[in-house]
Each structure stands twice: as C-alpha cells, then as structure tokens.
Design a protein around this ligand. Structure first.
Ligand code: 4NP
Length: 147
C-alpha cells in the first residue's frame, strides 16, 4: 500500500509543486500524505513560479501555500513512492537514495504512456505551462487510479 507520495523536479517551483497541488485535489479523502521537493535547493523557501500558479488558478487549483524545498535523506524514509518529473531528476534521486531506503522511484509520465514521451518538459524555460499542466493532470489522475 502507498501511503505517502513525494513529487520531485529540479527547482520545486514549476512541475513538482503543480503535481502536488493537482494530486492533492484529485486524491482528496484518500488519506495520502502528499508533498513535493526539488533536487537543487536553488529556490529554497520561495513560492511557486507565478506562471504555474496562474495556470493552476485558472483550473481552480490553489498553489499559494507551497514553498520550495530541497529533497533530504529523510524523504526516502518518509515517502514510499517518489515521483520524478524527468530522467535527470531520477538520476539525481538515485544518487542520494540511502542504501536502506525502500522508497520506490518512478517517473510521472510512466503513468501516461499515451503521451508518447517519458519526461515532463521543463516549463521554466519552455514557457508552455498550459501544455505541461494538461500532462500533469492526466498522469496524476492515472497514478491515483493505479494505487
Ligand atoms: P522545475 O523548473 O524544476 O519544474 O521547478 C525549474 C525551475 C527553476 C530552474 C530550472 C527549472 N532554474 O534553473 O532556476
């Protein structure tokens, strides 16, 4: 059984906080612990990118409570499913996963094979927030169904 899910990207201001906020709404009432973090720590303590929050708000999803934080060793004990946004996040997570951690590492788009891509594109650079939120909504919904 999965009880606690952590979404991870590079900065924890675009993709993973969006996934956290969307998944919280989708999984409401399921009793899951849900959080997000970044591999870099570059934006520690900052709110999400306003472009992500604005696109989420257009869809009725609040992201204002989220603050960026870096992945810590304890996350590999606290969360049983850690969901990376792309292959680089996955490599960075594997490099710091403690040897005694039983957390399962997956990529978000493993849950949306119909998209035909394996990495969530980084909207921080590509500025394609609506497209990325569509992908995250689809994959998070199917991740929830898989639990
Ligand atoms: P995220 O996007 O990993 O989806 O939060 C990024 C945010 C910030 C940076 C890169 C990606 N950055 O270079 O600061």
């Amino acid at each position: 059984m999965t009880h606690a899910i952590l979404f991870v990207c590079l900065g924890n201001i675009c993709r993973s906080p969006t996934a956290e906020a969307i998944f919280r709404v989708q999984a409401k009432g399921r009793g899951l612990e849900i959080d997000s973090a970044g591999t870099s720590g570059w934006h520690d303590g900052n709110p999400s990118d306003p472009r992500a929050s604005a696109e989420a708000a257009r869809r009725g999803i609040d992201m204002s409570y989220i603050r960026s934080r870096k992945v810590v060793a304890e996350d590999f004990e606290r969360f049983d499913l850690i969901v990376a946004m792309d292959a680089q996040n996955m490599r960075d997570l594997k490099a710091v996963q403690p040897a005694d951690s039983n957390a399962r590492l997956v990529k978000l788009l493993d849950y949306a094979p119909e998209l035909g891509i394996s990495d969530v594109p980084d909207p921080y650079y590509e500025d394609n927030f609506p497209e990325v939120l569509d992908m995250i909504e689809l994959a998070c919904g199917q991740l929830l169904e898989s639990l």
